[in-house]
Design a protein around this ligand. Sequence first.
Ligand SMILES: NC(=O)c1ccc[n+]([C@@H]2O[C@H](COP(=O)([O-])OP(=O)(O)OC[C@H]3O[C@@H](n4cnc5c(N)ncnc54)[C@H](O)[C@@H]3O)[C@@H](O)[C@H]2O)c1
Length: 415
Amino acid sequence: MKIAIVGLGYVGLPLAVAFAEAGHEVIGLDTDPRKVEGLNAGKSHIEDVPDAALAPLTERFHATTKRAELASCEAIVICVPTPLTSSREPDLTYLIDSATALSGVLTEGQLVVLESTTYPGTTRERLQPILEESGLRVGEDFHLAFSPERIDPGRTDYTVKTTPKLIGGITPSCTERARELYSLICNEVVVLSSPETAELSKLLENIFRSVNIALVNELAQLCDRLEIDVWEVIDAAATKPFGFMRFDPGPGMGGHCLPVDPFYLAFKAREHDFYPEFIELAGKVNQTQPAFCVERIERALNEREKPVKGSKILLLGLSYKAGVGDIRESPALKIAKRLIELGGDVSYHDPHVPHASELGLDSVLPSEAIEEADVVGILTAHPELDYEEVVSTARLVVDFRGVTRGIDARNLVQL
Ligand SMILES: NC(=O)c1ccc[n+]([C@@H]2O[C@H](COP(=O)([O-])OP(=O)(O)OC[C@H]3O[C@@H](n4cnc5c(N)ncnc54)[C@H](O)[C@@H]3O)[C@@H](O)[C@H]2O)c1
């Protein structure tokens, strides 16, 4: 098959590679010319796709900024960002722009699939009318479906191939075309009754995580007051072989999905005079966690008779999760900004984030910085660092990720 992937980011690029590795011809369309140039020169901008994975695919995969190339493809999969506006409402600009560009070149017989996470109704109410501006009719002249991406960047045990793929088409023939497409690369395709069901299933998966993370973050704040080790409590509860699923506390929730997706559902719910309080409460609790972490660092310094102002504060990890360089919505940024506002002399080390333009800082080398810092805050559990050594070299360590569990040291404070 000849397949186009629109948006070559964390979601689109691994998908493009999966189709190309399965022997299909793949065109990747992206509006960012640097990414396109890089990919065509064999350079990947996504950790999960090493350059070596692109090298054998040069015959079957190329990137482009020209939407006209979509016209010759049998299937087009849209993986563009779905962020929030500054007033925390769904920002469908990227989706609408890509759909508008596609409607100008849509041809009879094509299958279009949306993978971007969004609220129920987007595929039918927003995407379909734009594509039908082409004069073609869905279910008759072209097919349209929603299939959420479930990728977890940095994860190697579950891949595009081994993670079941949900699909929901506008018509039964749309669903059938989408099933055929994903059967090319996925071991299991799960057929749903509509795009809305598929859209909401994805939101449920992410909101489930958001709610459970909020629960353990709140518990961590309570344990701090009760002087109980939250990690020991979670380890203990996790020994139950049924009815409990482990979630770990941390400095707050980050990434492009978990902090964003609940707002997509809340937006849709409001259109129906419904206020999903439970979901919004989870978002609220998670948003308080960075402030709690700042206060914990302040308290740890205070116990050593130091104010934040003027103290050297080294933050280990800036990305929102271990092993990736994605800093979108990362709680570490909020923590760093607040400490800078309080007058802290803040630096950071992150092997995956060489520059942080939001903070005007570059990653420093850890060896000397750890020794010189008044306090070291562990914000991301990157596997590259030896945390035993960090504790043995630093004056004071505050660990928000539980990576120093098992270490008993007077200079160590744990969440
Ligand atoms: N990152 C994840 O872990 C993850 C997991 C599951 C689902 N999702 C969802 O997938 C979607 C994409 O997320 P991502 O993390 O891959 O985003 P990303 O920012 O990494 O990649 C999106 C790409 O789309 C390109 N783009 C923007 N507008 C475009 C347009 N009009 N035409 C062509 N290309 C365009 C951007 O240049 C960028 O390269 C989002 O809806 C997200 O919520 C993300």
